[in-house]
Design a protein around this ligand. Structure first.
Ligand code: FO1
Length: 326
């Protein structure tokens, strides 16, 4: 039967962490009708700093979907101002994690609302409404789950490993502290239940996607879910486009290759997207593979990749292709 290309309002769920995840989420938002995208975001990187509750991956998704992100770093705000950081330095405070003034306002409000008793899901929804973002943005859970990096120099909390130590210590293993007590929030449950396409963004499989998958029940839910599940390789031509994924793979004794990502996410996927630079690997991918340009430099390349992924997913299940024109 021929695949329909009729525009449709499909519910799409994206799993994301880090800058690569936020970029594809931006493309999916542009490619879909408003309200059709839900992004489930890693909170394993969250930590307390300057007495504030910082959620780097949630904020990267919020700022990218609102078009307010710093275009060079991918995280933080564009047109940032650094007065407070300078004054913190003057008073001998910690300056290794760079929080700008505009960004600080969000951390202050989030911390205030959490102290009032709102859940992280409620706080994030307030923030995304105030930023006029049409997509739902959900923390992976409301309970604290913290990524702990076991290295050859001892255990480091995630931001101490990632930002303070610039990922220099060699990775031995990872734990997601608190995951055993975490639960699927009603919002995550509902989003996955009604998902018609699930996209694993090109995020680090070990420190962005695994924390999400560590939430009890989430893996089983995905396995049972009838929606096509597509992952996009964060590794292109043997290298991570951003961040330590490639270095981590080698330190864990794996090849720095899209095939390592397929092995890692294996049983959860129905399809895999690799870059043209890795076209020679497509026969070795044990799943249906889409070979295309995966490097996202501007909004049109993000939207084009998103549209290709949606079409690929629809082809796998013979469902109408979602389109922003619906
Ligand atoms: N990443 C850095 O490499 N250096 C920083 O100083 C830094 C500050 C920062 C402030 C707010 C925020 O939301 C993110 C920030 N990030 C910084 C990025 C972040 O730590 C990482 O990209 C993620 O945790 C990994 O996904």
């Amino acid at each position: 039967m021929a695949v329909s290309t009729k525009p449709a309002r499909k519910k799409v769920v994206a799993l994301a962490g880090g800058v690569g995840g936020a970029k594809l989420a931006t493309g999916l938002q542009a490619a879909l009708p408003p309200g059709c995208l839900t992004v489930i975001v890693n909170t394993g990187d969250d930590f307390e700093h300057w007495g504030l509750h910082i959620c780097p991956d949630l904020d990267t998704v919020l700022y990218n979907l609102a078009g307010l992100n710093n275009p060079e770093n991918g995280w933080g705000r564009q047109d940032e101002v650094w007065t407070v950081l300078g004054e913190i330095e003057r008073f001998g405070g910690e300056n290794w994690f760079r929080i700008g003034d505009r960004d600080l306002a969000l951390h202050l409000r989030r911390t205030e609302w959490l102290r009032m008793g709102l859940s992280l899901t409620e706080v994030t929804d307030r923030l995304r409404r105030l930023l006029a973002i049409p997509s739902a943005i959900l923390p992976m859970c409301n309970e604290p789950v913290r990524t702990l990096v076991h290295t050859d120099e001892g255990d480091l909390s995630f931001q101490h490993y990632f930002v303070r130590r610039r990922c220099e210590p060699s990775l031995v293993d990872l734990s997601f502290v608190g995951a055993a007590s975490a639960t699927l929030s009603p919002e995550v449950h509902k989003a996955l239940n009604s998902a018609e396409i699930v996209v694993f963004c090109p995020s680090n499989p070990y420190v962005s996607l695994d924390p999400i998958l560590s939430v009890p029940g989430l893996r089983d839910f995905l396995r049972q879910c009838k929606a096509p599940k597509i992952a996009v390789s964060p590794i292109v031509n043997g290298q991570a486009l951003k961040g330590p994924a490639s270095k981590m793979m080698r330190e864990l004794g794996e090849m720095s290759s899209p095939l390592t990502v397929v092995d890692h996410l294996g049983d959860l996927l129905d399809g895999f997207v690799i870059d043209r630079a890795d076209a020679d690997l497509s026969d070795a991918v044990i799943l249906p593979a889409l070979v295309t340009g995966t490097i996202m430099t501007d909004l049109s390349s993000k939207e084009r990749l998103a549209q290709e992924i949606l079409t690929f997913a629809a082809t796998l299940r013979n469902i109408p292709v979602p389109s922003a024109a619906a």
